[in-house]
Design a protein around this ligand. Structure first.
Ligand SMILES: [Zn+2]
Length: 235
C-alpha cells in the first residue's frame, strides 16, 4: 500500500439518469491516455462501492463489489495531478457517480445510499491509512489548498462539513461555467541525475522508495551507480 495521507472525493459529473460505473470511467480514462481508471473507489448511485479489495466493517464490506477496473492501493491514482506534482501519490481518490443535473449543471444530488457508503469509507480509510480529518476533502478543497487544478464544483458540497455536521447543503452558487471533471494526465516519471555522494539508499529515502524499487525501476543488477547516470525515481 502506498502511504496515502489525503482522501479526495470527486463526482463523475454525470446526470443521475446515466448509469456510470468503474468500467465506463475506465474506458473514458484509457481514451485519455491513462493506463486505467484514475480512481481507487467508485461509489455507484445505489450505494455499492467498486473497490479492488474488501476492508472496513461488515456493513461496508457488504456494499463492496468487484473493483477490477479501479486503482489498487499500491497504485497512485490519476485524479488530482493538475493541483501539482505529488498529489496523486498522496491521495486516495473516491468518486461519487453523479454531481450534475440533466442539463450538465453542477447539482448536489448524491443519494442517501451513496452518502452512507461514503461515510463508512471515510471512517475505514482514515483508520487504515491514519489520515487526519483535515486531509479528508472534496477535490474543490484540494484545488483551494493547492491553488490550482480542475473544476471548482467537484463535488458541489463541502465534504468535511457534511462528514462532521451531516449536512450537504450546497455551497454558495458559483458564477463560473460548469466544467466537466476532466482528469489530468498522469504525472510523468521524475528523474534524478546522480551526483558525487549519491547512494541508492539515500536516493530511495529522498524519493520515498525502497532500494529494491529503485533497482527495479532502473533495471539495476546491483546497487552501483555512477556520477551522471540518470535514474527514474518515481513509480
Ligand atoms: Zn474531481
Amino acid at each position: 500500500m502506498l502511504p496515502f495521507d489525503h482522501l479526495i472525493v470527486h463526482v463523475t459529473a454525470t446526470p443521475p439518469s446515466v448509469d456510470f460505473n468503474a468500467g465506463r470511467i475506465d474506458a473514458d480514462h484509457r481514451k485519455k491516455g491513462y493506463k486505467k481508471n484514475g480512481y481507487h473507489i467508485v461509489v455507484l448511485r445505489d450505494g455499492k462501492a467498486e473497490v479492488h479489495v474488501k476492508f472496513g466493517p461488515d456493513e461496508l464490506q457488504a456494499r463492496m463489489i468487484d473493483g477490477a477496473r479501479v486503482r489498487t492501493f499500491s497504485e497512485p491514482g490519476a485524479h488530482v495531478g493538475s493541483s501539482g506534482r505529488g498529489w496523486n501519490k498522496r491521495s486516495i481518490g473516491v468518486v461519487l457517480v453523479g454531481g450534475v443535473d440533466e442539463d450538465g449543471n453542477p447539482e448536489n444530488n448524491a443519494t442517501e445510499a451513496q452518502l452512507e457508503t461514503l461515510r463508512m469509507l471515510i471512517d475505514a480509510l482514515m483508520e487504515d491509512f491514519d489520515i487526519p480529518l483535515a486531509n479528508v476533502m472534496g477535490h474543490r478543497d484540494l484545488i483551494a489548498k493547492a491553488g490550482k487544478g480542475g473544476p471548482k464544483e467537484c463535488p458541489c458540497f463541502d465534504v468535511r462539513e457534511w462528514y462532521t455536521c451531516g449536512s450537504t447543503k450546497p455551497v454558495e452558487a458559483q458564477e463560473d461555467e460548469p466544467q466537466e471533471d476532466t482528469p489530468e494526465p498522469e504525472e510523468t516519471p521524475q528523474r534524478h541525475t546522480v551526483v558525487h555522494g549519491d547512494t541508492l539508499w539515500a536516493l530511495a529515502n529522498t524519493y520515498g522508495l525502497s532500494v529494491e524499487d529503485l533497482m527495479d525501476l532502473n533495471g539495476l543488477k546491483d546497487d552501483t551507480i555512477r556520477i551522471g547516470q540518470v535514474l527514474t525515481v518515481t513509480v
